[in-house]
Design a protein. Structure first.
Length: 688
């Protein structure tokens, strides 16, 4: 096989979109050898977020047998590691994502395109963002009533901080047409620790670089915080609740839409972080509601915690929020009911401005009437990870969402009345290119649906479940396709390395569907072995009780159904039974990762590093005298951490890094890289 190496020339265009967005486009000019294949890679787009990155590649005349792989490393390091392979999502594009990156760090990226005519390497870089911090004021304007607030907004200049007296009375904050800059955003916040109450809307309409910090917002008449035609706005540390607007409206506590009305169509770049988004004033959500009314708001109930719609703009980050009491917790994809319907082979779906490169993570969602996270709509290359979901009708809905890819990684959910994941009720397009890795999905007591609910009518394709715990009251998979002939289907699904277990002592635990005419359509299986033999699925799957803690999380209401879903015993069949998924399985001890969202015994990061050291000693990657130096540094760091001295614990962890640098000949490069990343991650967590 001919291998060609193409290097981009030194001239490139790098567009840095604010402190909230790092997005680079590299042009098609590059050096190439002769006999170039028919498929040309003409652009690479990279987007670096805090802990992740998105990579999008565009081809000229993409042919069907082309595949692409990605390798990445810190720019300061020598060794590449492999990431998740690319997914083709339209006629000319592929995309993938990188996880577990370090903040504010440059990475080198190598892309390898493989086809029948050879293999070609491309090189680029991506830089992650530093941790978000509030901007520094160039001018502070203190206000105590609505008249003063209106005047402060009218006269606001970039860098102004408009600070509200918490005892004042305020009915709105309208920033229409008012913007800060990347270097000097405009901030509205509090004069102290207490949150001022705005009894009305906060409107960011064609308002770029606005920061909403430490406010309480309650709008009886409609949306709480409305972001329309705007870019790079931030909503942090705020309580936004009971945004009602009438019994038939679909309002949200935060609503982001119509980015194309602003000056840069298709770009949002918003950050929604560390807020409480709730409905406190509505009829209780019962356990007896059915699927027919779960998506209808009760009297005086806010519909969305966070909603994006009508070309909301790409690059939104929704992170670390607590959401409860609403109908849908987070509905970020946008344009669920809007044309065009995006086809798999259309030449350039990005020209239609689908949402892309969203990061939704570390959110806690409970007591929602319908979906915890409703991904329904249009999105490319987005990431949903490390969210914890309690009571809901469905934990995660993908009904429909396209074109993908979308990665669901490390989420945990317990309280679904129907399915932990729902793949039905959507036929406008084909739901496709979804990857569910290392999630823990548990049915609540009394539920009769499947953990994975694949209903009808639906079109679904290329949906992958690996390394998930699927703990059922009844069925692991409940899938239907009876009434729509050849026009509906569930095709090219991959289930493997999952742990399944049901409380049923007899009867169907896997109900499978594909397409009309297939003998396996609507087939029923009473055991994992029967399911595996008939379908070829779960070749490496595991059956058995995962032995989870299943105790309520402290500090949340008892009826929230937020549960501790960590593995509780070293006897769990989930331990060490997972697959190593490139770019996903970045942290595990032993020969293979555990199945599920949590790696057993690795909650203690120092203990995890000790396990890595033992592993590297056993494989010859770490040798004396460095061995003792590293073990002693970790012991001292743990000692001072337990005494409450972050400063001294950090010092000994820095000594740990120095020892590895001074004795590089005693440790392999890949072992040093892994230990260094974990040490830095640990120090960052201590000093945040």
């Amino acid at each position: 096989m001919l291998k060609r190496r193409r290097n981009y020339i030194s001239r490139f265009t790098c567009v840095v979109l604010a402190a909230l967005l790092m997005f680079a486009i590299y042009p098609s000019s590059f050096f190439a050898e002769k006999d170039i294949s028919a498929t040309e890679l003409i652009s690479i787009e990279t987007y670096g977020n805090f802990e992740t990155a998105g990579i999008d590649i565009k081809f000229d005349n993409l042919i069907t047998d082309e595949t692409a792989s990605i390798f990445y490393k810190k720019s300061s390091e020598a060794i590449y590691r492999e990431g998740h392979s690319f997914t083709k999502y339209d006629g000319n594009h592929m995309a993938t994502s990188l996880f577990d990156l370090k903040k504010d760090t440059s990475y080198d990226v190598k892309i390898v395109v493989n086809g029948s005519q050879g293999s070609t390497e491309y090189f680029t870089t991506v830089k992650t963002k530093p941790e978000y911090t509030l901007p520094v004021a160039t001018k502070t304007v203190n206000v105590g009533n609505q008249q003063q607030l209106d005047a402060a907004i009218v006269n606001a200049k970039p860098g102004d901080h408009i600070l509200l007296d918490p005892t004042g009375v305020y009915s709105s904050a309208n920033f229409e047409g008012k913007s800060g800059t990347e270097a000097n955003p405009i901030l509205i916040g509090s004069q102290g620790k207490d949150k001022p109450l705005i009894e009305g809307p906060v409107k960011l309409y064609r308002s770029n670089y606005i920061v909403v910090n430490n406010l309480e917002v309650h709008n009886e008449a409609g949306i709480g915080v409305q972001i329309r035609g705007s870019h790079y706005d931030v909503v942090v540390n705020s309580d936004i609740h009971d945004s009602i607007g009438g019994p038939t409206t679909y309002h949200g506590n935060i609503h982001i839409h119509h980015s194309d009305e602003g000056s840069m169509p298709g770009i949002g770049g918003h950050l929604i972080m560390n807020n409480v988004l709730s409905d406190e004033d509505h009829e209780p959500i019962t356990d007896t509601q059915g699927p027919g009314n779960s998506n209808t708001a009760n009297d005086r109930q806010t519909y969305f915690g966070i909603k994006q719609d009508d070309n909301p703009g790409a690059f939104t980050t929704i992170r670390g929020n607590i959401i409860y009491g609403v109908v849908d917790g987070i509905a970020p994809s946008g344009d669920e009911n809007s044309d065009p319907v995006l086809g798999q082979d259309e030449p350039d779906l990005l020209l239609t401005y689908p949402n892309q490169n969203m990061d939704i993570y570390d959110n806690i969602i409970y007591n929602v009437k319908d979906d915890g996270i409703e991904m329904d709509g249009l999105t490319v290359n987005s990431r949903v990870f490390h969210n914890h979901i309690g009571k809901s009708e469905n934990s995660i809905s993908v009904a429909p969402v396209y074109p993908g890819p979308i990665f669901f990684v490390g989420n945990s959910a317990y309280g679904a009345h129907q399915g932990s994941t729902k793949l039905n009720t959507g036929v406008r397009g084909e739901t496709r290119n979804l990857y569910f890795y290392n999630n823990t999905f548990v049915q609540k007591t009394g539920t009769t649906y499947g953990v994975i609910y694949r209903g009808e009518p639906a079109k679904t394709n290329n949906i992958v479940y690996k390394n998930n715990i699927l703990l059922a009251e009844t069925r692991i998979i409940n899938s239907d396709n009876y009434n729509y002939g050849m026009n509906m289907w569930h095709l090219n699904h991959v289930f493997d390395y999952n742990l399944g277990f049901s409380k049923l002592t007899e009867g169907t635990v896997y109900k499978w569907s594909t397409i009309q005419g297939d003998p396996l359509n609507n087939a029923r299986f009473d055991t994992l072995e029967e399911f595996r033999a008939a379908t070829g699925q779960e070749e490496n799957g595991v059956w058995g009780d995962p032995i989870l803690n299943l105790t309520p999380l402290a500090d949340y209401p008892e009826n929230s159904l937020l549960m501790d879903l960590r593995i509780a015993s070293e006897d769990s069949p989930a331990i060490g039974a997972g697959a190593i998924i490139q770019g996903i399985s970045n942290r595990f001890a032993g020969d293979a990762p555990d199945i599920g969202a949590f790696q057993y015994g690795l909650e203690d990061e120092i203990e995890y590093m000790n396990q890595l050291i033992d592993q590297y000693i056993a494989t010859g990657k770490l040798r004396s005298p460095l061995t003792k130096q590293l073990e002693n540094s970790l012991k001292q760091a743990e000692h001072h951490l337990n005494k409450g001295s972050i400063k001294l614990a950090t010092k000994f962890m820095q000594d740990f890094l120095k020892h590895m640098n001074n004795k590089k000949d005693k440790i392999s490069a890949d072992a040093r890289l892994e230990l260094e990343e974990n040490a830095n991650r640990l120090m960052n967590s201590w000093n945040q």
